[in-house]
Each structure stands twice: as structure tokens, then as C-alpha cells.
Design a protein around this ligand. Structure first.
Ligand code: FES
Length: 417
């Protein structure tokens, strides 16, 4: 399975969790009891050990691949949507770690009886910023998911048709969820006017719990956040070192259609070469090897390129590409190459699905020109209706003869024509 596919599977698992969590909050619009019932229902799924490990693994893989993507790119000149998605991807863990620790890990590990009411009350009455962060988390997570799904699917025909409805549903869910959260907080706020209410709630929740160990666990989020920041810094330093090394140890020239030549380090992709040098180049999926809009015809240096991997081969087969066509985002030349981008920089999803490209493709064809003797005089002397009728008969005769003979000139076909 390619990294792309692993990332999609991980993203889908996280998306299902986010969806259930969002619905859970949205039910707070109905009542706290409804939200608690949903929490218990979804808990049957997510508290199952297989689902728990699948979710934890998906989160780690998805985040790890975001770090990997930052490292792998040889430049960070990204379109705004990619920046937004990346920033959201790195923001999520920082906001999520504390929430997961307090409302997920501690209750499960230490046996705290944390129902929906207790979780909302703890957030609002102990640290109200946690509620604000929870709201922000919903927006950021849905923003990240929506962008991810959009750029994963936007070159598919069914998605183009249904995307307005899907976007409306996603936005509606977020609004309902924020509304549910706000309503739950307002209910808790009203209940907390009774001075002993929250203390009673805490006593029930922590009954029989080792509070020292629970307190120690509650201190872990800053350590995790520090680790994530250190990892990000390490990735950026590694990028810098790699760039320095490549600059010193190998640069090649890429010539584009029209004769423009740019110099780029070995190891960068052809799409990187375009982007770094401000050359407009289609890339609907953002360089993930899914959309094929970055396709190029390699006119010089094809043999020096590594052969396409399984995923690139599949995408190229999908557009019936000739042997000299490659995906610019997946090709990392080691020697000088000359390429012709095959789609216009603003290629649409529809164009992505079409085989060939601006330059077309070579194909052996036979073209037959037929002149109708006296056709000019015919047009001058006859009524327009008669001319159309005669021409239609003529075309029908020709077409029948061509279809019957499959275009081959044989004595019998000549006779038929
Ligand atoms: S940018 Fe989509 S396949 Fe290369």
C-alpha cells in the first residue's frame, strides 16, 4: 500500500471519529441527556480496544505523514489551500492533546466516571478557555478534513456534482455542534449556581480514584506538545541540511516547452522545478499523484528517469498515457531533462479525466477528403432545403460505405461507395 493510500485510510478513520464527536456535541441542542446517550452509544464503538488502537494509530500515522510531507517537499511555495491544510494539521494536536488526556485517557486509565455533564462542567467551571479551545478544535478539524476531502476527490465526476451539498452538510454539522456545545455550557452554568452542585459531581466522578496518579497524568500534555514542537523543528532543520547538501552535490537543468530552462537540485520533482521558478503548472491534487493534471511529455531524458512506481503507473494507465508521459509531481530526474506540460495551468477536474492533453497524442489515422462535383453550382441553383437534403443523402451513402468497409479501400468497397 502506498503512503498516499495509508494516509487516506488513516484520514477516513479519524473522519469517522470526528463525525461521531460532532454529532455528540450537536445533540446538546436537544438536551444534556441526549448528548450523554450519544456518548454512550458512540463509546460502544470507540471504547472497543480494536477501534481505540485503530484510532490512535490513524492519528499518529496521519500526523506523521504530515511531518513527512513537510520534509519531502523540496520547497514550501504552496498554494493558500495547502498552507491552510498544513497549518490546521499542525494546530490540531496542540489543541487536542489536553482534551484527549482529560476527557479520554484519564477517565479510562484511572476509572473516573466522566459522563458528558461532568466533562462539560469540568471544562467550563475549572478552565473556561477549554470550552473556547473545544469550539476552535471543531472548526479547525472540520476545516482540515474538508480541504483534505475536497482535494482528494475534486477530480471525480460524482464529487463535482455533489460537493455543494456535502459542503453544506459539513458546515451545518459544525454550526449545530457549536450550538449544542454552547447550550450544554449554558445548562451547566445554570446548574452551577447551586454552590455544592459541582463538588457533588466531582465526588461522584472521582469516587475510588487515585487522584495523585490522575493528577500526574494531567501534567503530561505540555511534555507531548514539547515533543511535537521539537519534532517539527527537527524536520525543518533536516530540510535545511538536505537543501544545503543537494545544492553542493548536484544540480540539473530542466527545459520546459518554449525553451525556458531552470536549474534545480537533484531529488526535487519536476513539479517542484515549476513551482520554485514561478512557472504555472497544473496540480489539482497538490502533488499527491492522484489527479494527473501535472502530466508532462518527456522529450529528452526519459531513460534517465526512474520508472514510475505502482501508483503513478495506475494513474497514467487511467489516462491512457503514452510511454513518454510522466507525472511531474512524482518524477525526480537525476540528469537534465526536457519536458512539455500537457495540460494548461488552470486545468479543470474534467480535463484531468481526459486522456492526452494540450499537445494531443500521436496516433496513426487516415483522413479522407471527398469533393462533390458541381457542389457550388448546386448550392447556387437549388433551394437551401433541397441542398441540405441532397447533401444528407450523399453523407449517408459515404458513411454507410465507410462503416461497411471499416475505411479500407477494396474493390468491393469502391463499388459500394
Ligand atoms: S499534481 Fe496531481 S498528479 Fe501530480
Amino acid at each position: 500500500m502506498t503512503l498516499n493510500k495509508i494516509n487516506i485510510v488513516a484520514g477516513l478513520i479519524v473522519a469517522v471519529f470526528v463525525l461521531t464527536h460532532t454529532i455528540n456535541h450537536a445533540l446538546g441542542l436537544w438536551s444534556l441527556q441526549a448528548a450523554e446517550s450519544a456518548r454512550q452509544l458512540f463509546g460502544l464503538l470507540w471504547r472497543n480496544p480494536i477501534a481505540t488502537w485503530a484510532l490512535a494509530g490513524a492519528l499518529i500515522v496521519h500526523l506523521g505523514l504530515a511531518y513527512h510531507a513537510v520534509f519531502r517537499r523540496s520547497h514550501l511555495r504552496l498554494p493558500p489551500w495547502e498552507w491552510t491544510r498544513l497549518i490546521f494539521a499542525f494546530l490540531i494536536p496542540f489543541v487536542l492533546v489536553r482534551h484527549v488526556t482529560l476527557s479520554g485517557v484519564i477517565p479510562r486509565v484511572e476509572g473516573v466516571a466522566a459522563d458528558y455533564l461532568f466533562i462539560i462542567a469540568s471544562m467550563w467551571l475549572i478552565d473556561p478557555t477549554a470550552v473556547v479551545l473545544q469550539g476552535l478544535l471543531l472548526i479547525v478539524v472540520w476545516g482540515h478534513l474538508s480541504i483534505g476531502f475536497h482535494f482528494w476527490l475534486r477530480h471525480r465526476a460524482w464529487y463535482a456534482r455533489s460537493s455543494p451539498y456535502l459542503h453544506t452538510i459539513a458546515a451545518g454539522l459544525v454550526v449545530l455542534s457549536l450550538g449544542g456545545l454552547a447550550r450544554s455550557v449554558a445548562t451547566v452554568d445554570a446548574l452551577a449556581r447551586d454552590p455544592g452542585w459541582f463538588d457533588g459531581l466531582k465526588q461522584r466522578a472521582f469516587d475510588g480514584v487515585d487522584t495523585t496518579r490522575a493528577g500526574a497524568l494531567a501534567e503530561t500534555p505540555p511534555t507531548v506538545i514539547g515533543g511535537l514542537l521539537a519534532l517539527l523543528a527537527a524536520v525543518l532543520v533536516a530540510r535545511f541540511v538536505r537543501r544545503w547538501y543537494r545544492t553542493r552535490h548536484g544540480r540539473i537543468r530542466v527545459t520546459f516547452a518554449g525553451g525556458r530552462t531552470v536549474v534545480m537540485p537533484v531529488g526535487a520533482t519536476l513539479l517542484d522545478a515549476s513551482r520554485t521558478n514561478g512557472i504555472p503548472h497544473a496540480s489539482l491534487c497538490g502533488g499527491r499523484g492522484r489527479c494527473s493534471t501535472c502530466r508532462v511529455k518527456v522529450t529528452i531524458g526519459l531513460d534517465d528517469l526512474d520508472p514510475p512506481d505502482a501508483e503513478e503507473t495506475r494513474v497514467l494507465a487511467g489516462i491512457e498515457a503514452d510511454a513518454d508521459v510522466r507525472l511531474a509531481c512524482q518524477s525526480r530526474p537525476r540528469r537534465d531533462v526536457t519536458v512539455i506540460p500537457l495540460l494548461s495551468p488552470n486545468a479543470t477536474a474534467q480535463e484531468a479525466r481526459r486522456p492526452g492533453g494540450l499537445e494531443g497524442r500521436e496516433q496513426r489515422v487516415a483522413i479522407l477528403f471527398i469533393d462533390l462535383r458541381g457542389s457550388t453550382r448546386l448550392g447556387e441553383r437549388r433551394l437551401p432545403y433541397d441542398v441540405v437534403h441532397i447533401l444528407s443523402r450523399f453523407f449517408a451513402e459515404m458513411a454507410d460505405a465507410l462503416v461497411a468497409t471499416k475505411g479500407a479501400t477494396t474493390p468491393s468497397s469502391t463499388a459500394t461507395a
